[in-house]
Design a protein around this ligand. Structure first.
Ligand SMILES: C[S@@+](CC[C@H](N)C(=O)[O-])C[C@H]1O[C@@H](n2cnc3c(N)ncnc32)[C@H](O)[C@@H]1O
Length: 251
């Protein structure tokens, strides 16, 4: 007779803090999940001949040409023409310099798939952007977006300090490129607000990612204490506190 082993009990929160103090992060940090989760959600939608709009794609279209199925048409929309022009030559079939919050009637019903990576925290009001993007999809079209949550430690600090101080800190402590740091508002970037704003879509899936500790990697004791708290709300699935979300929503 086969005897199945009982699942190992989750380690206590103090154990999580102690491990993190020693440099060992919880298992969910083992893979670059914030990127992988979006890749998986996008890949599930890919098929030949799609018309794709990458919103806020700027210098970095999410899919390189060799990741796109045959016959895909790839448009990039960004408020900054300078950012779009930094993308590798030939990666966009169409450039759209526009504020995602301003409806462009010419785009209505034009796309099968919208992708957006780390943009929604930069736009305001988010509900207007979501409605515009929904209208840009053809019937049955899907949007897949990843963005930062409003209540991660980073998002809170980012809102409390002037943008130029945030740019200095991110460059100084995490080595981020100042040119790649954009002002953020986090307008309604939390689970329950998202659910309300997406209520008119036919299907929605919101994956919360409890992965906010990487921003504290330069200060291990603070990171360890943060991880103790994050572990607690991750186990209780307090979704409004997630550091990132991956949203898949069908028009
Ligand atoms: C953090 S970057 C992300 C760029 C790219 N998606 C990536 O994965 O690297 C945010 C981008 O959103 C663009 N952006 C900010 N506000 C916007 C708006 N209201 N409408 C369209 N694009 C916007 C910025 O110009 C920038 O290119």
């Amino acid at each position: 007779m086969a005897v199945s082993a009982a699942p190992a009990p989750a380690p206590g929160l103090l154990h999580v803090v102690r491990e993190a103090w020693g440099g060992v992060l919880p298992a969910r940090y083992d893979e670059p999940r914030t990127r992988v989760a979006l890749e998986q959600a996008v890949r599930a939608q890919l098929r030949p001949g799609l018309r794709i709009l990458d919103v806020g794609s700027g210098a970095k279209p999410f899919l390189s040409p060799d990741e796109r199925p045959d016959g895909v048409f790839y448009a990039g929309l960004d408020i900054s023409e300078a950012e779009l022009l930094k993308a590798p030559s030939g990666w966009y079939d169409q450039l759209q310099v526009a504020d995602a919050g301003a409806r462009d009637d010419a785009l209505v019903g034009s796309f099968d798939l919208i992708i957006s990576n780390q943009v929604f925290e930069h736009v305001k009001p988010l509900d207007a952007v979501l409605e515009n993007l929904r209208s840009y999809l053809a019937p049955g079209g899907t949007m897949v977006a990843k963005f930062s949550g409003a209540f991660s430690i980073f998002a809170i600090v980012n809102r409390l300090i002037p943008h130029r101080v945030a740019v200095w800190g991110l460059h100084r402590f995490l080595g981020d490129d100042p040119e790649r740091i954009f002002p953020a508002h986090y307008d309604r970037c939390w689970d329950s607000a998202l659910r309300r704003m997406l209520a008119g879509w036919s299907e929605t899936r919101i994956e919360p990612l409890y992965m906010g500790a990487e921003y504290l990697s330069f200060l291990r004791p603070a990171q360890a204490l943060y991880l103790g708290a994050e572990e607690w709300w991750a186990r209780r699935d307090l979704r409004d506190l997630a550091a990132y979300y991956v949203v898949t929503a069908t028009r």
